[in-house]
Design a protein around this ligand. Structure first.
Ligand SMILES: C[S@@+](CC[C@H](N)C(=O)[O-])C[C@H]1O[C@@H](n2cnc3c(N)ncnc32)[C@H](O)[C@@H]1O
Length: 351
């Protein structure tokens, strides 16, 4: 026995979900060929005009345009037979500095699908998948996904929410950005605070190389360096500020990392822990953000942590209460939620 109305409703949901999944490749082609950016800069076009603008095949672009209009990613005018990118959709697909630029999220979806065989095998054994063994450029996707949020919030909102930190950074402070990945957060801070010195650490050598290249390409000065180092053995000490952006929950031994950070900080130093937004219970996370983050957690974060010593596997939806436990286990006396966005919570830990 089943309820026909509920079945119809659920099939409706599935159509939407499958349409989203089918759009991953479509959106990434639109990005790779500059289709969104061309529509954004040149205005409404038909398939021939867009093909000429980007130097691509009209027949493929005609099909792509129709799928994008059916997805409400583009608008279609039957009178002129032209397609356009509305301003709101442009913020998601074309404007890299926008706070809601989501192209990195589409890259991440593709990396997660690519990761399936390795993670599926780990489901059977309970083992991990090392960060460096994940999908072809999982690291690039992650860096691209987080960058818009850091670009729009880090300097103007997150650092000012920490007690006394901006004044120290303006005077000249020593900072370690741990688990820095491709280093966007480190480069942004180094450019904003030229009197301070920043070291980005990550245990993944290829990410450290990419971070060095980004620093050079984006004109960061001599106040930023990148080194290979784990969260439990990075070399810096006597630090005013340590930052962890979206990485504490990925670590095998987050409590061990907390202890090392505590020892590396000055007695009046600050540890900024940026973590995915989450409630403390499963039921609090049964929402669209939790849906995405539980998937990323299953495919990326849990396998990464389980591949390391201890293998705590906090998961990307650990929630503030669990994070507090880990941070205080490292010897921190106070933990406060300094600020938040719909996707992130920013915790301030003090010795
Ligand atoms: C989700 S990524 C975030 C990267 C970067 N902070 C960002 O926001 O774009 C997690 C990062 O943590 C690093 N990582 C994981 N475990 C680590 C450990 N034990 N020590 C140092 N880095 C670690 C990974 O190499 C990866 O770069």
């Amino acid at each position: 026995m089943f309820d026909e109305a509920k079945l119809h409703q659920f099939i409706g949901q599935m159509l939407g979900d499958l349409g989203g999944a089918a759009s991953v490749a479509m959106v990434r082609i639109g990005d790779a060929l500059g289709l969104y950016k061309s529509l954004h800069s040149k205005g409404p076009m038909n398939s021939g005009e867009l093909a000429a603008a980007v130097g691509g095949s009209e027949r493929y672009i005609r099909e792509w345009l129709a799928q994008q209009a059916a997805s409400n990613y583009l608008a279609y005018d039957p009178q002129t037979r032209k397609f356009s990118l509305p301003a709101e959709q442009a913020m998601v697909f074309a404007v890299e500095e926008s706070p809601v630029y989501l192209m990195g999220a589409f890259d991440l979806m593709a990396s997660m699908v690519e990761n399936q065989p390795k993670v599926e095998a780990a489901f059977r054994t309970g083992g991990g998948v090392a960060w460096g063994d994940q999908g072809t450029c999982m690291f690039c996707a992650v860096a691209r996904f987080f960058r818009p949020s850091y670009h729009n919030h880090l300097i103007g909102a997150w650092l000012p929410a920490l007690e006394g930190v901006v004044a120290k950074l303006e005077r000249g402070a020593t900072v370690a950005d741990v688990g820095c990945g491709h280093g966007w957060s480190t480069v942004m801070m180094a450019k904003a605070f030229p009197n301070s010195h920043f070291v980005g650490y990550d245990f993944h050598p290829a990410s450290v190389e990419a971070a060095r290249a980004h620093a050079t390409a984006h004109g960061a000065g001599g106040n930023v360096t990148f080194e290979v180092g784990t969260a439990k053995d990075f070399a810096a000490s006597g630090l005013d500020l340590v930052t962890f952006f979206d990485c504490l929950h990925d670590m095998g031994d987050p409590a061990g990392a907390a202890g090392h950070v505590r020892r590396a900080l000055k007695s009046d130093g600050t540890w900024m822990v940026v973590e995915p937004m989450a409630g403390d219970t499963v039921e609090a996370n049964l929402n669209p953000v939790g849906r995405l983050y539980y998937a990323a957690s299953t495919m990326v974060c849990v396998p990464t942590s389980l591949s390391q010593d201890v293998g705590t596997a906090l998961g990307a939806q650990a929630g503030e209460a669990k994070l507090r436990e880990v941070i205080t286990a490292g010897g921190f006396g106070s933990v406060r939620r300094a600020t938040e966005t719909p996707f992130n919570m920013i915790l301030e830990a003090r010795p």
